[in-house]
Structure formats: structure tokens, C-alpha cells
Design a protein around this ligand. Sequence first.
Ligand code: ATP
Ligand code: MG
Length: 564
Amino acid sequence: MKQSNLYIPTLREVPSDAEAISHQLLVRAGFIRQSVSGVYSFLPLGRKVLRKVETIIREEMDNIGSQEVLMPALQPSELWEESGRWNTYGPELMRLNDRHERRFALGATHEELITSLLRDEVKSYKRLPMVLYQIQAKFRDEKRPRFGLLRGREFIMKDAYSFDIDPEGLDRNYDAIYGAYMNVFNRCGLNFRAVIADSGAMGGKDTHEFMVLADIGEDTIAYSDESDFAANVEMAPVKVEYKKEDMPIRERVKVETENKRTISDVAEYLNVTPQNCIKSLLWMIDEKPVLVLSRGDHEINDVKIKNALDAEVVELATDDQTKEFVGCEVGYIGPVDVPDEVKVIADHAVEYIVNGVCGANEPLMHYQNVNPGTDFQVDFYDDLRFIEEGDPSPDGKGTIVFARGIEVGHVFKLGTRYSEAMNANILDENGKSKPITMGSYGIGVSRIMAAVVEQMHDDNGIVWPKSLSPFDVHLICVNPKNDTQAELGEALYAQLKRNRLDVLYDDRKERAGVKFTDADLIGIPFQVIVGKRAEEGIVELKNRQTGEKAEKHLSEIEAYIAQA
Ligand code: ATP
Ligand code: MG
């Protein structure tokens, strides 16, 4: 394509509303334009990148035998009422009425529509397994649309749905799609982790999120520096072998600690470490008081409390509730002599504290030399704390580090959630009717484009990986008014095209500086610069990523690009 004809409106200034670097660069380099908050047009360069992402996804999905469909964005409310989500989805679901006052939603996701599509036609187990997918605009009225393509209100998603007769079949499809997703994100050149995201069963295998490591990410992930273990910080199990310090158990004493309430203040005042303190907080768990203990330097994870007690509602007790049940204010409470109605549970680390410090359930007072089992009893010990950087990885390999992540994909075992609600049944081998077992799988297609830019850019602009670059080569004629340069430029353009390279040819009558600045901003991996030595058939080749430049004869260009 000749750049003189192509619509690439580059900007020198950073748009004032763009916080994320990917948002700034994609607007400045002329890939996208905002229409209203969270809604974007893809300009020619943006459309080309999007198409490359889509092609990679199609190849990988087709490769595992799944089939592409295209469902409507406009969905009747009745389907959402059948699943119950018309009421539970909330204001994110965009709703509208037609001229007959019939209610519709714009698809935020397509579980309902696809279930209705299959239930009337697929009646026998012989038709399964099956995986259907589509690539399409999704609508979600996000509370905070931001960061450009990272969180839009209209965005492109690839969604897929699997259909099986039993959970074993679902496991097979899930694994196949998981594998396809790994290939997709690897081919997009992303540094990512597949993260355990299950909130129900700790460390379960029923849902994974694919997280691109980037500071702008909204989630924190804990991953091993040596293995492929990665989990959402809320979900990561803690597996540490604690040891008791080898010292004689001393007699418990009550000490006055003035108005010191926080662990660090108390520890400093009593000249002990936070590791030697027992942090005690009262929680109301399904309306019953539970005292939860952790080591002073650890944080309790309420999701883990919820799982440990199989509870519905987990909240911290109010000051009044704390006074009512343990007779004292937060800051001085502890596990010694708590009333029978208060259950006491503790994180594993607490069991290994020797001669520790805890609140005495009296204003301004703490105990020293407190020992679990001797001075207080615990209903049970469990893994109740957040994992921390420096903890051993739960798979036994390496050490945990934290990073921020952008979710680019999500795989999820639905089971019979939708098929039961919507009567999508099949007959199994024995002629028995049962609900179809389903899975749901999403990739943020437009979000990938932004995530790639978050990871691949420098001070001058975007640095596209070869697999997603809008063009293979950026051919730049420094001075098209010079006949030799113009002729060589045209000849090279024709030659590269003949050899099936997709070339952006900067034939504009702009100053050289403008062209170089634009080229770096746009970020095509190779620049071929036709300049002063055109007469000798010598051009300059620049690698956008490394910045390396080399003079080459035009006969050498293709070989150079092929091996780079
Ligand atoms: P998030 O937690 O970021 O809101 P989600 O859990 O709601 O995402 P899913 O329902 O799993 O997302 O959708 C599948 C994929 O679609 C996500 O993994 C993400 O890549 C993409 N996606 C979701 N919401 C948006 C959005 N508002 N803008 C762009 N992409 C999105
Ligand atoms: Mg998700």
C-alpha cells in the first residue's frame, strides 16, 4: 500500500484523556479513534492488526475441530429470563425496546443464545461432542470504561461454547481449548501466564484466566519464578513448612501496652518481631462470631475463610459486635479465654508460634509468652492467609513473585448451569434424557491488540511482533523528488510485493524526519530506507526492535528479513 493514499492520521501530541500507554500509542499512530467513551473505530492499520489476531485465533480453533458460527448481537429478553440473568446481570447488560415494545439485550455474552440454538436441534449423544465459536462485537455497559481498548463498552470477543454428554467429555474439550489458547497467546508474542482462577474449590481446575504481565493490569497474580504455577492472589494456596523455634516455653504474663493497637506498634513496644505476634480479628460468618488468628506479619484472606467454613457471608465484625462478643475493642482482642460461643480458627503459621504476644481482651492490655494449645485452644488450623512474595511456590518449585496482569482469555466449565435452566437435554447411549454438559471460553480480541502494545513499545512508538504487524515491511523513500530514489523505491516496492511481502511504501512528499518519526511510531518490524546511495542499489535496513541499522544491496534484502 502506498502511504500517500492510506488513512493513517498520526498525532505528535499525547491525547489528554489517554492514561494507558497502549491507548496513547494506538491513537497517536493512527490505529484507532474513539467515538464515545469505551467505543472505538478501527482505522485501516488497526483493522489489519485485528484481522491478524482473528486469523491466529481461527487457525487454532479450527485446528482442534471447533466450528465457526455467527450469532446475532440482538437477543430477545425471553432467553435471558429463562436463564435468570435478565435480573441478575445488572446494568452492564445493554437493553433496548423495539417498535413493538418488545425487550432486547445487546449480547454481552452468548450462553443463552447458543443454548437455545442447540436445544431444538441436537437431541442425541451421537451429535456430541461439539465446540462452536464466533468472533463478534460484544456490548457491556462497563462502570468504568478506560484504558482505550483494554476496557471498552463495545469490544471484539472470540467466544466459544463446548457441548458434551458428561463431565469427562467436558474435561477433554476444556483441555483442548486451553491448549489452543496457549498457542494463540504465544503466537501473538505475549508474555502471559495461565492462572488458576477458581474461587469455589481452592486450586481447582474448573476455570483459568490467561493473564498478560503488565503494570497497567487490574489483577494481581502470584506466580513461580521457576515453574508454570500461577494463580490469582486470592486463590493461591499457601504451602509452607513452618518450624517451631527451639526455646523453652515460658509462663504467660499480662502486660500494659498503653494505646498500642497495631501489630507493628505492639511489637516495637514489647521489643518482639511481628512474626512473634498473634493477630486476632473477629469476623461474622453467616451471622456467627468467629475469631480468626494469623501471624502478625500475615494477612487473612476472606475467600479462604469462606471455603474453610463452607460459608455464604463473611464480613469483619463491627466495633459494637466485637465488644458484645469478646468484651473489648479491636486492637486488644486475643484468643485466651474467649467465650464458648465464639469459634476460634487459625492459619497454620499460628500453631508454630512460641512465647507469642496477643491481645488480652482488656483495654490497653496484651499477653506475652502465649503458646497455642497451652494458653488457648483452636477449633481448627487451616490455610487462611494470602500468599506473599518470597513464599515457596505451592507446587514445590521455585519462589512466588507478584505481577499485575491483563486478562486476555478465560476458560470456564459451566456444567449444566444453562442446559438445566433452559431445558437443553439429550438422550445418552441408554436412551436416558440428560442435560448437556457445557463449557464457555472467551478471548478479548481487541484487548489483545492493546495488551501487545503495553508489552511491546519503546519511547518512539509501537514495536509490533512479526505475527501481528499491520505490514511486513515499511519501505521509505527519503526524497521522492530525487528521480533515482523514486525509481528505486518503486522498483523495490514492486519486487517485495511480488515476493508476497506486505509492504507499506512511504512515498509521501514529507520531510525525512517526519517519515522516520511516523515509521517508528507505527512500529512495523523492518524499515527499508531508500536514500543517498540509491544509485549504487544500496539501501539502509533498520530493525525496529533492536534499532540496528545495516547497509545492504537490494539483492540481499529479502534474505535478511527472512532470517531476522
Ligand atoms: P474482566 O474481569 O476484565 O471484566 P470478564 O471476566 O468480565 O473480564 P469474560 O466475561 O471472561 O470477561 O470475557 C472474556 C474475555 O473478554 C476476557 O477474558 C477479556 O479478555 C475480554 N473482555 C471482557 N470485558 C472486556 C471489555 N470491557 N473490554 C475489552 N475486552 C473485554
Ligand atoms: Mg473473566
